[in-house]
Design a protein around this ligand. Structure first.
Ligand code: FAD
Length: 545
């Protein structure tokens, strides 16, 4: 059996090495257009910043791989056409064209950066390959002092951070009113704050049309001058080869495959960023360009070829990115997406510390959980914090994989000592809040509902201390501290009361007290902190609109 793999990095090389472990007899050819196979693309931004000083640490020894796994690896070989009837590939290398036969073909071509038009007056680089990385490092070493990063996705953010590390003045231009579309606006606010605090000049509503005469030109005509431009405007699946060969391509533009990674031609399999995934929340088509899925699905392709396959699980999109001192971890759908899809959901915000508050080094995690009220299934999660976000998102991803529902998160028995967590871990707390909402022992309102509720005559009661109230309060709120509430509740109306504290916990106690004293009351979910963060991004939204 002759298996030819197109693309020799995450999915492609996982398929090749696993297949060799399963089948010593197969002939395995890897055709890679670039100079390197199996390189660590996720580490590229960190060599730019000098965090990974050794360039070689990102590279794999192709000859060593070829020897160990008995692979026929050919770099600088670009596949330009697939003749499915003849089961032959057209391959270009060193200016020559050759034909390559296959019994089984694996497409693992990844995604392609969308290129900004440029007149060449200033270096413009995406960051997808080792060549891109070398180009950026070269521009910095040649004396670039200023950079414009176009795009607020995770590659844009990682590159911006690493250019700051190299001492450049960085402008980050993003088309919308926030960075990272995997976050809802109130969750993006701390990320904006962190970028600004580290000297990144953030521009919202900055849609770039191209690069001309040494500057990024925006739709409104503004010019952002720079010595170096990073094009992180987005990626698209590399599905042109598949499309030209007549394979089915899905509505997202990714190659259509079944749960066993088979394309519409049974002799051709595909995995990685080039492929359309099945979304875990609605079973619909989705593009999820992440390394874990590419590696796992590439490995599964080998199982399919060797006849040992199981179906791929749908994609949750579990992801994490560092932005200076913050980690941003997400999975599933955002509230914005649930609203757009008209899908009923419940929203929970919490702000616990990552470990016991009394233990030195405690910092706040901002957490958001989206839950299907009818089934209690988790539909999405967003966690932003200095420490501990990674562990919590992975616990949530594991819980979802095991079909553990939101209210049952309270019952997870998680490791605890004060330096690692809390006796009620932040994930357990999400379960408690979900349980209270499900049982009707808590009623909450969201930060973005407040203006409407206040217009409708709801009274907003801030139950924090007078000192906290004086330091910053929501317009229109009256201050009745939690500890005075039982004595002073008669000052409040019997109906339409919203209470809030700093993060939602004292507000929850206040709501329980008032409710049992006969008031109609709701707690502001996530408290002042979530409201403040939501308002901060809403101001960008208004500016962009
Ligand atoms: P790739 O790994 O991109 O490999 C595709 C290969 O196919 C390329 O080398 C290309 O040259 C080759 N190719 C394309 N067309 C042809 C052709 N016609 N002939 C021959 N060869 C061809 N994901 C995470 O989960 N976490 C992270 O922290 C993270 N960080 C990232 C940072 C950066 C800078 C980048 C670029 C990506 C990052 N990713 C991250 C995404 C992750 O790297 C990708 O999801 C993953 O590499 C996709 O694997 P793949 O095999 O589909 O494609």
């Amino acid at each position: 059996m002759r298996v030819v793999i197109v693309g020799g990095v995450a999915a492609g090389m996982s398929a090749a090495t696993r297949l060799r472990r399963l089948d010593e007899g197969a002939e395995i050819v890897v055709l890679e257009a670039g100079e390197h196979v199996s390189f660590a693309n996720c580490g590229l931004p960190y060599h730019v910043g000098g965090v990974i000083p050794e360039r070689a640490a990102l590279l794999r020894d192709a000859e060593g791989l070829a020897r160990r796994f008995r692979l026929d690896i050919r770099t600088r070989h670009r596949v330009t056409a697939v003749d499915r009837a003849a089961k032959r590939l057209r391959v270009e290398a060193d200016g020559a064209v050759a034909e390559e036969p296959y019994d089984v073909l694996v497409l693992a071509q990844g995604a392609e950066a969308e290129a900004l038009a440029s007149d060449g007056s200033v270096p413009v680089h995406a960051l997808r390959s080792v060549d891109d990385m070398d180009g950026i490092v070269g521009a910095v070493e040649a004396g670039a002092r200023t950079a414009v990063v176009v795009g607020g996705g995770y590659i844009g953010l990682e590159t911006a951070e690493n250019l700051v590390r190299r001492g450049l003045a960085v402008v980050l231009a993003t088309r919308g009113d926030q960075v990272l579309h995997t976050l809802d606006p109130e969750m993006a606010a701390p990320v904006h704050h962190e970028l600004a605090a580290n000297g990144v000049d953030l521009r919202f509503g900055a849609a770039a049309t191209g690069v001309e005469r040494g500057a990024v030109v925006l739709e409104d005509g503004e010019r952002l001058s720079a010595d170096l431009v990073i094009d992180a405007t987005g990626v698209a699946p590399r599905s042109d080869l598949a499309r030209a060969a007549g394979l089915d391509v899905g509505p997202t533009g990714g190659i259509a495959v079944d749960a066993r990674h088979r394309t519409s031609d049974p002799a051709i399999l595909a995995a990685g960023d080039a492929v359309e995934k099945r979304d875990a929340m609605d079973g619909g088509p989705a593009l999820v360009a992440l390394a874990g899925l590419a590696n796992r699905h590439g490995r599964s392709i080998a199982d399919v070829v060797a006849g040992e396959a199981e179906d791929a699980a749908p994609a949750l999109g579990t992801a994490i990115v560092q932005v200076f001192g913050l980690a941003v971890a997400t999975l599933g759908w955002t509230e914005r997406r649930l609203v757009a899809a008209g899908r009923a959901h419940r929203v929970l915000h919490t702000h616990p510390t990552q470990h016991a508050g009394y233990y030195p080094g405690a910092t706040v995690l901002s957490m958001k959980l989206l839950v299907d009220a009818a089934s209690d299934r988790v539909l999405g999660a967003q966690i932003v914090g200095r420490d501990g976000a990674d562990k919590r998102i992975d616990v949530l991803a594991t819980a979802i994989a095991g079909d553990i529902r939101a209210t049952a998160l309270s019952r997870l028995e998680l490791a605890y000592a004060p330096q690692f967590g809390s006796a009620k871990d932040p994930v357990n707390l999400l379960g408690y809040v979900a349980g209270n909402l499900a049982a009707g022992t808590a009623t909450t309102v969201q930060w973005h509902e407040l203006p409407r509720l206040q217009r409708e005559g709801w009274t907003l009661v801030d139950v924090r201390t007078p000192e906290e109230f004086a330091a910053g309060a929501i317009p229109g709120a009256v201050n009745v501290p939690l500890d005075d509430l039982r004595e002073r509740h008669a000052e409040l109306p019997a109906e339409r009361v919203v209470v809030h504290c700093q993060v939602g916990q004292r507000g929850s106690t206040a709501a329980r007290i008032l409710s049992q004293l006969g008031h109609e009351v709701a707690n502001l979910d996530g408290g002042y902190r979530t409201w403040r963060d939501g308002e901060a991004t809403r101001r960008h939204e208004e500016a962009v609109a």
